[in-house]
Every structure is written in C-alpha cells, then in structure tokens.
Design a protein around this ligand. Structure first.
Ligand code: AHR
Length: 492
C-alpha cells in the first residue's frame, strides 16, 4: 500500500449503544507480585499506615478502573475466604497450589475491599467452586453482605467492619472448563453446581448479579459447547456469562498477522452471544444473558517465572510481561472490540492491574512505572464512557491467512452524553505508513497518539518514559503502528 488514506463516516445522531461503566474494570489476583510488593508493601517509603503503596494507588486512580475482580483467577479455586479475615497474626499461612506459592493471607477480603473503594473502584468477588461449593458461597456472601445479627455478619462486625459491603457482582468460580483448574469439572458437573449455587444466592438476594464461568479460551475442545450446556443449567439464575481472552503471537507467521489477532475477540463475542440467544429461545426466556470479559489482555505465555523461581516462594515474580508498542496497538484493538460490542459485553476486566501481565509495574522498595498498555487503557477509561455512535471506516487492507482481509485502520466513535463531544479511538496497523483519516464531524479539539519508530520499544524501570503518548505530528493523520485518540467538539 502506498499514499493511501482512510475515511471515517460517522453519524452522531445514530446512537448504537450506551457503554456500561463496568466495562472499564480490572483484576487483582493473589498471584506473583500483584498484591505483595505490588499494591501492598508495608515498609515501602510510599506505603500508608495500612501497608498499601500510595504511588501505586495514584497510578491506579489515573487508570480509574470502575471494577476490581478479586481474589482470583486460578487462585480462587482452592481459596478459603475465612483464612483472610480476622486478626492478621492469627491467619494461617497456606500453600497456593494454582501458582505453587506460599500465601500468608496478610491481605484478605476486608483489606481488599477497603483499599478497592479507596482507589475509587467497586469490588467484584469470586466464589471458590473448585474445591468448595454452595455452603461456602452462601457463607462468604453472608459475611460480606448481611447487615448483622447472624454468626457470620457479626463476625465481620467483630473484625472491625460494621457496614455490610453490598457487593453486587459475584463470579461463580473461575475457568472451570480449564483442565489446569483445581476442581476442574465437566460442563454438566459445573452447570449443576453453578445452578444450585446461583439459585440459593438469588433466593437470599434477588438483586445480586451473578457471572457464570463460560469458556476461558476458544482454543479448548469444549468451546462453545461448554457455554451452551452451562447456560442450559443456569439460564434462570444468572445474569452474565464470563469469557476470557489472552492474545499472543503463537502460531502467527509475522508482525502484520500478530497485529490482527484482536479480531479473535470479535469472533468469540459473536459466537457466545449467539449461544446465549439460542439458550434464551430454548428456554422461552425473556431476559438476555450479557457477556463479562472478566479477563482480557495480550499475554505471550513466555517467562512464566522469573529466573531463580522456587516452588512455594512467597510472592515470586511471575508473568511480568514487558509490553512493546506493538502490543499496545494490539491491546488497543481489543478495546475497540469491547466498545463495538458494548451492547452485549457489559463487564470487562483488564487482567491484570499490577506486575502480573499488567499496565503498572513496581520495584520492591523502589519506584512504580507505566507500561505501554497503560496509556490505551487510560484513554478508554477517560473517554469511553458514553454512547457508541454509528461509524464506518473505509480503509486499505492487507491479507492474512487466519483473518483474511484486515483493515489497516480500525476506529470506534463515542459521544459523551453530557457535553456531546465526540472521541474517535483509532489504530493504524501499518508498520511504515502514516494514514490520513478524513472525518466529517465537529471541530477537532485534540489528536494524541501512542507510537514509536521501533515496533519493539518498551518502557522499563530504567527507561519508564520511552513510549508515551504525544500530540500527533500531523493532526488527523494516524502515524504508522499507532493507537490514537481524536477528540471533536459537538456538531452544532
Ligand atoms: O490472569 C492470570 C490467570 O489467567 C488467571 O488466574 C486465570 O484465570 C487465567 O488462566
């Protein structure tokens, strides 16, 4: 392609859907250094009296995730929530079989929820349906949400938390379709357990929102039959079905193909939406089941452990992926997919938040810094809260084996309901050419871009600002290999 350009047609009067603010969530798991030496490091010069790092809290507030999923992930499937409450000195030290680490339980539900709300997010908690079941789920809910006057609600009060947490969103286990999951089940086994757990919880509080564990990978042989079977068991009692996606360059021949890998998310959304609609029709149901992408990111599965990893260490460095600018653009394409499908996808959790496949990194006892993917998420969270309006991109394309014809330019337009301002999020997948994008709309306010001449450029603890957003050199033109935010005044 040469001297090419793109055109974005938008119609601000044509609202497609309102974006649920829970699409801007993230995820904090007891895994690697996510919690210990990530968000929590007593003795760190920037830690507050409770041990939480305020430098990290400041960066999280900049990202403004609306929702934080906790405590796992694979971790939850052997977790006893009781181990993480009450006087810290009495809490048991346990083995965490999922990540082969030692868990001291210094941080548990009470510390997490207090911190989560202090950084401006709402908790989304997960039940252990791996090694535990219905009874423990009811007990955890009672401890968290019941006002008082019962053994478990009084226990919370005795622990120093008089107000019920009123947690709205609960996950019925995690990745139960994955053979690596502790307590992995068949779709029938899990469907029955999830159904009975959900039925009991809804009987206690019909206003809870429950997320049933759907497919955690389109690559598993059970996909998407798992989702059909699980939904046939649970349709009446659940509100959302979870999906997970981690994209990477495995089995992709080259960089252009890698840049298109986010299209797998669109395919997964289409398939599971259709599965939900099939079950709704089968059940002669009235409600739609929504999708919760409660783990999504780029993750190349290399370096699972840092050198020197020993099984059963406490908070060993795990999957501390360093993201290139290329991966920030791919990450941006996942954001575009979430926005395009925000009528159906109501919940999104960037997995994860700190140190483990994360936008924020920390040095124990030292500074914290922003990865390349920090910036697209911050833009999404700041400017994505509105209404997705009709847009159509005309873009030159290239061909890949897996994805067929792929447009160089992808874009989504969001209108802010209060000001009427329009934000266009756009990527340019072309590795060498800038692409002018003709947009017929209001007055341009700003065009910021994240790009770099080296596709492998990263930020590191030593060079934390190698890749940062800047004003576009030629406003209206998308630099090669770039993530872009273009803002326009409302149309008069
Ligand atoms: O986010 C890291 C891990 O990825 C989670 O624990 C698990 O749910 C998924 O496989």
């Amino acid at each position: 392609m040469s001297s090419a350009s793109g055109t974005l047609l938008i119609d601000p009067t044509h609202r497609l859907h309102v974006v649920d603010k829970r699409l801007f969530g993230s995820f904090v798991e007891h895994m690697g250094r996510s919690i210990y030496t990530g968000i929590f490091e007593p003795g760190h010069p920037r830690a507050d009296a409770t041990g939480f790092r305020q430098d990290v809290a400041t960066l999280i507030k900049e990202l403004a995730p609306t929702l934080l999923r906790y405590p796992g992930g694979n971790f939850v499937s052997t977790y006893n929530w009781e181990d993480g409450v009450g006087p810290v000195e009495k809490r048991p030290v346990r083995l965490d079989p999922a990540w082969r680490a030692t868990e001291p339980n210094t941080v548990g539900t009470n510390e997490f929820i207090a911190w989560c709300r202090a950084v401006g997010s709402e908790p989304m908690l997960a039940f252990n349906l791996g090694t535990r079941g219905l009874a423990e789920a009811l007990q955890y809910w009672e401890y968290c949400n019941h006002p008082g006057g019962t053994a478990l609600s009084n226990l919370r009060i005795a622990h120093g938390y008089p107000e019920p947490y009123n947690v709205r969103l609960w996950c019925l286990g995690n990745e139960m379709d994955g053979p690596w999951q502790m307590g992995h089940k068949t779709a029938e086994e899990y469907g029955r357990l999830a159904c009975e757990t959900a039925r009991a919880l809804k009987q206690c509080d019909p206003t809870l929102e429950l997320v049933v564990a759907g497919s955690c990978s389109a690559g598993l042989p059970t996909y998407p039959e798992w989702d059909r079977i699980v939904l046939e068991h649970t349709y009446e009692f659940v509100d959302h079905i979870s999906l997970h996606i981690y994209v990477n360059d495995n089995e992709l021949p080259d960089l252009p193909a890698y840049l298109a890998v986010g299209l797998r998310m669109d395919a997964m959304i289409r398939t599971i939406s259709a599965t939900c609609d099939y079950v709704k029709a089968l059940k002669r149901g009235k409600k739609d089941i929504h999708l919760a992408f409660d783990e999504w990111n780029v993750w190349h599965w290399k370096n699972m452990h840092a050198p020197g990893f020993k099984a059963w260490d406490h908070a060993p460095a795990q999957v501390e992926q360093i993201y290139t600018v290329t991966e920030a653009v791919i990450f941006g394409s996942l954001i575009l997919s979430l926005l395009r499908h925000a009528d159906r996808v109501r919940i999104g959790n960037l997995a994860q938040l700190v140190n483990v496949i994360a936008p924020i990194m920390t040095v124990p006892g030292g500074p914290s810094w922003k990865q390349t993917i920090f910036y697209p998420f911050r833009d999404f969270s700041r400017h994505g809260r509105g209404e997705v309006i009709f847009s159509r991109v005309e873009s030159p394309t290239y061909t890949t084996k897996e994805f067929g014809e792929v447009p160089y330019v992808e874009a989504v337009a969001v209108r802010a309901p209060d000001t009427g301002e329009i934000t266009i999020f756009a990527i340019n997948r072309h590795l060498t050419e800038a692409l002018p994008l003709t947009i017929a709309t209001g007055k341009p306010l700003e065009h910021r871009t994240l790009t770099h001449t080296d596709p492998q450029a990263t930020n590191t603890a030593e060079h934390p600002d190698r890749v940062t957003p800047c004003a576009a050199p030629q406003p209206g033109t998308l630099p090669p290999l770039s993530w872009n935010v273009l803002r326009f005044s409302p149309i008069a």
